[in-house]
Design a protein around this ligand. Sequence first.
Ligand code: NAI
Ligand code: MG
Length: 372
Amino acid sequence: MAKYRIAWMPGDGIGQDVMEAAHIVLDKIGLDAEYPPADIGWEFWRSEGDALPQRTIDLLRTCQCALFGAITSKPKEEAAAELTPDLRGKGLSYRSPIVRLRQLFDLYINLRPCKAYPGNPLNYREGIDLVVFRENTEDLYAGVEFHPLPPDVRAALEARSPAMEAFRSTPSEDIALSCRILTRRGCQRIVRAAFAYARDRGYSSVTLVEKPNVVRETSGLITREARKIATEFPTIPLWEANVDAMTMWLVKNPKEYGVLVTTNLFGDIISDLAAQLVGGLGFASSGNIGDGFAVFEPTHGSAPKYAGKHKVNPIATFLAVKLMLSWLGEADKAAALERAVAGVIAEGRVRTYDMGGESGTLEMARAVAERL
Ligand code: NAI
Ligand code: MG
């Protein structure tokens, strides 16, 4: 039996292209692993009414982690219209398989490293090395939302919050409410993970990116917890920045920051900004990590117009493989893969279209494999 079982989830569109490239690279690395394929994505929504079938969840429970390409998702009405005829009108509703995986396996860390590899023509500036820790399960993404505002919810809010006075004359059907929910445990575990990462990888600071001066209760909670947790890591300073100011600082002085830690929505925004500083979607990888399971992926979507054309940049997926190897404890293999990717970028002979070149997805994979 192989040492690792890694669920293989190419998904839709270019997810298939980049995972084919990942296979070439993984074969060369010689990881002692088996890769059982798992069904996920639009095809299974259309034909079965479920983009994440139960058999996939069962299979994932037999694996240490999963490697995931990308999926297609569409708005509610379009999704319903694309179901096969026998599934229509049954009240099925599309749910994002990624969001479900995060919830099912409590993948509370969204890890998004953003490093400027020397020679990447897309680098905004050389020397950038940021790592975003985004809380992945709470905040505005928890799904506690109302529209119209139900009378009992409204009554409770009006009884409890003087600030509701501002909405006194607005009818409930004209009010939409999305709740920002943070828990002490949720705050503690993401901040602790960020500090531990900074300590283990030699980053010199952790910056908490929030807005406690305005969003007093939620941002206040994570700020207080972060200050406490910082005392467990006396060698690493905790910096605090407001999220709006941070977008400016990241553009002005991106090299001054190391690990950034934040909540779900702010993290979504900050990590896209950080990714674009070092090459954008062709370079942006992420790990969705819990205590017992993890899903690694490039952050881009299925880019339907390039599907099957073997044109897009697989480096984001290779960097996701690198994250996976290091999470599995295969530090040497992770480092070797990163060196090979960095070598190909620095050499500049093989470049995909986003880097200004004409090489294809599999050419890039072979160039990385050769260096390995
Ligand atoms: P997208 O990320 O699929 O592509 C946007 C554009 O970025 C592409 O047209 C292409 O020009 C460029 N691009 C993306 N990946 C690239 C790569 N590896 N190399 C070079 N260029 C690359 O986003 P879009 O078009 O908004 O969404 C397409 C579908 O993907 C939608 O159905 C959307 O819901 C889904 N999606 C899925 C995600 C996931 O699986 N995690 C994330 C984002 C979108
Ligand atoms: Mg996003």
